[in-house]
Design a protein around this ligand. Structure first.
Ligand SMILES: [Zn+2]
Length: 133
């Protein structure tokens, strides 16, 4: 996987361990805390990554896809333990959002958390798209 030299390899996955992935991102993560109906209930912390910086290592057969509203987002969760460790977000439909809370310990040096006003999605993303950090 090609990535900037300061990127490191983080590993993560769901609770039961069926779903495992690797992701390339800085050691100090910039993550989003979203107040929308879905994220507020699950406490999801978004790490937005380009498609080429994410690789599913195992568990594809365990993933269930839940879609609602516009149907753009693909909320993948483990059908065994119920944890959504990554998904395809409406703001970044060509990439992935990884739940920073589902990363293994050892590679994350810190996190900067910024608010995402997902309740007012159209105003928060006036171009219909979010940026990658
Ligand atoms: Zn699981």
């Amino acid at each position: 996987m090609n990535a900037p030299p300061e990127f490191v390899r983080h590993l993560g996955g769901c609770h039961c361990g069926r779903v495992r992935f690797e992701v390339l991102a800085p050691a100090h993560l910039e993550v989003g805390d979203c107040n929308c109906s879905m994220c507020a209930k699950t406490g999801y912390l978004h790490l937005m990554v380009r498609k080429e910086h994410f690789r599913l290592l195992s568990g594809e057969d365990a993933l269930t896809n839940y879609q609602f509203n516009t149907g753009t987002a693909k909320h993948f969760f483990c059908s065994h333990c119920g944890i959504k460790s990554f998904y395809v977000p409406r703001s970044h439909p060509d990439g992935f959002s990884v739940n920073a809370r589902c990363l293994d310990e050892g590679t994350v040096e810190g996190m900067t958390i910024r608010k995402i006003d997902g309740r007012n999605w159209e105003e928060h993303y006036p171009t219909g798209r979010g940026e990658y950090s």
